[in-house]
Design a binder for this molecule. Sequence first.
Ligand code: FAD
Length: 479
Amino acid sequence: MIAQTIIDRFIALLGPKGVTTDPDDIAPWASDWRGRYHGRAAAILSPVSTQEVAAVVTLARELGVALVPQGGNTSMVGGATPPADGSALILSLRRMNAIRSLSAQDNLAVCEAGVILSNLHDAATAAGRRFPLSLGAKGSATIGGLVSTNAGGTQVLRHGTMRALVEGVEAVLPDGSIFEGLDALKKDNRGYDIKQLLIGAEGTLGIVTAAALRLAPAIAARAVGWVGVASPADALALLRLTERELGDSVEGFEVIADETLGFVLGHIPGTRSPIETRTPWHVLIEVDHATAADPGPSERLEQALGAAMEQGIVIDAAIAASEAQAEAFWRIRESLSESEKAQGPALQYDISVPVARMPAFMIDAADAAQAHFPGTTASSFGHLGDGNVHFHVRAPRGTTDGRAWIAEQGQAINAFVHDAVVAAGGSISAEHGIGQMKRAELGRLASPARIGALRAIKAAFDPDGLFNPGKLIPLPDEG
Ligand code: FAD
């Protein structure tokens, strides 16, 4: 553990309010959301300004202390969990939670790193705009974390990931300098795009202190539908049909296996299936209009679903009759991770393959995993239109010690699933990042050119390796 004399130096810098040392207060932030990684840290440092972050980084560099940047700690890959040996301090950005500006005129919000996503949603709505990125952890995930993981979510189909929504970034680099990149320039050709390097860097290259984010017009009218289909192939056919019929007003298109829906209905109080018919697969679809024109999104969605039914693509469908019902449909989608967690031990894979290959992958990879690891069950849900699903392999029924199961089977199942992803031309991380969970697998599967470039960039920015050690970059013996 890092010595008290070192902690005292940070207390002298930030004051007692800026340094948490009580082990009970640190504990919730030293393990990951899924409870798979457990780290130790002698302190959480909580600066309140970019200048304080720069001072912390400068002092940490002088003392040779590693820092683990942290926002809401909702990482799905152990990205914000400190090392188990206590050799790093947590650098929390949660106290930097001001929205510095929000302009409906410019369609731009400048947020400090600790702003919670749902707070940005509320502020944008109040100004007649919206920030078009949402995910299940929106009540805890912060702008700094979302930028640093290049988060995706349920609106990527139309609006893209954080890479497409971040107009500028302010960050403290490992030498303590402040990268002032908040100007939202439409054109900027000053060589390497430092902003894009910082997006998705998982805190290994810089501490994001603020970001300029692009807003979208508020939704004037929306339709949310729940559709029962026979297969992922039919779900993809439905997506293509709705895109043809409704253009880019299709904003959300989420696919869910019936078994996975059952977990939500079983574990999340107050949820019920939006359609009566039991179908093998379900699609949650949202159509948004920025203007209140006739016909509205509900009528247009109804027409499109009618056409899909005639073509035999759709088995049953319901369109939400009210905002409350629309929210209830979305609540099912947003509770999937939580209900899977409640269902029991599982290994989760956030993967992508080319969209056209995804329907076959969802069926074939699940069948293959179940056959190869008897007793397990596998299924997937998520963003089919992005070629990205969350593929889960659950422990055999009755498994009580999930940790022991993962210790025994985890590596083999990881390799099996990731090999299938690579064989299908895909990526082992679509939106959650690499963190510590996928680092070795990235090393095993990525090309020497990719790994070499990652290591070279890391060494150029952070030669002492003090920013989020052990995350993202494969270790020397990992490829
Ligand atoms: P943290 O978990 O605190 O950190 C994440 C990573 O970013 C770590 O590597 C950390 O070191 C780094 N970091 C954090 N803040 C900073 C900073 N200011 N500067 C530099 N580095 C920093 N993700 C998706 O993409 N799509 C989804 O649909 C989605 N759904 C989710 C649903 C649930 C229920 C949960 C729990 C998570 C989900 N996630 C999803 C994952 C997670 O919410 C995102 O990765 C999110 O971006 C993390 O934000 P955070 O503030 O919690 O970051």
